[in-house]
Write a protein that binds this ligand. Sequence first.
Ligand code: SF4
Ligand SMILES: [Zn+2]
Length: 314
Amino acid sequence: MNLTDINISDSVIVSHRGSRNSVDISRPYGWFVEKERTCSGKIESTGVIFLTNRECPFKCLMCDLWKNTTQHTLPPGVIPAQIRLALEKMNGIRQLKLYNSGSFFDSRAIPPEDYPEIASMLQNLETVIVESHPAFIGERCLSFRDLLRPELEVAMGLETVNPMILKLLNKKMTVDDFRRATDFLNSNGIRVRAFILLRPPFMDEEEGIFWARKSIEFAFDCGVESCAVIPVRGGNGIMDDLARKNLFSPPSIKSLEKVLEYGIALKKGRVFADTWDLHLFSSCSLCLEARKERINSMNLRQEILPEVVCKCDT
Ligand code: SF4
Ligand SMILES: [Zn+2]
């Protein structure tokens, strides 16, 4: 199939969706504590809070985050209350990821009136990481930064630097937009983390590895401090439709290991592999646990560890 013949739009993506989950706006839809290597090289307890809030205005092809969102903006005070609830259950964290299934700096997702209260709850942390589409990077980032005592880091989806595929992802962003947003943040003392997709639709396994590596190189060249590589999964409706048409297959956990190795070897900054639901990317129960363990250890140590050897390699 010729990629230029593929019709991807907001309405096509939305038409394939199932129903959203029912969410409770008095609480985040998830939270947990994980270990992460910080940019100073220490391994610190890191809280992750998935805020319940209004759906992102973008409709990216691979995104399933809309499932746990609302269709209306929440009144001021609701988001700080969600954060307080989760923080009360997290002991000893030094970093916090405040992820809102969209853009923290989208005023229809997180009311800017809430910034002072949110910042006041985070004063004892070292780093606060929020996520945003480059389109929302601007003065609001600086207002939030100025209220925070911890360092602010912004995570943005670069996704892929393959221009044709980036367009088909319907993110409504170019690599130049990503670079400009990174420049703005860096020039204002805000660190940047890039989300990079491993094997988005319309790529075979080798192309998936190739473009993930290229994307890591580009991200570091832009001034990003860390990259998180995310193996692409189905489950949002349109991705399952593409899978049925053989236009999408999830990558293998072995490809994730290869891209992680490559990124760490560059020594340009921290490179992490996303570790959620890794069983989705393996068809071998003999080596899955060992590969998970290897990936986790490489994330924490930022060193390439000996490869897992298994019957499934041959
Ligand atoms: S910008 Fe992020 S949250 Fe919004 S649709 Fe795209 S991937 Fe999902
Ligand atoms: Zn195996």
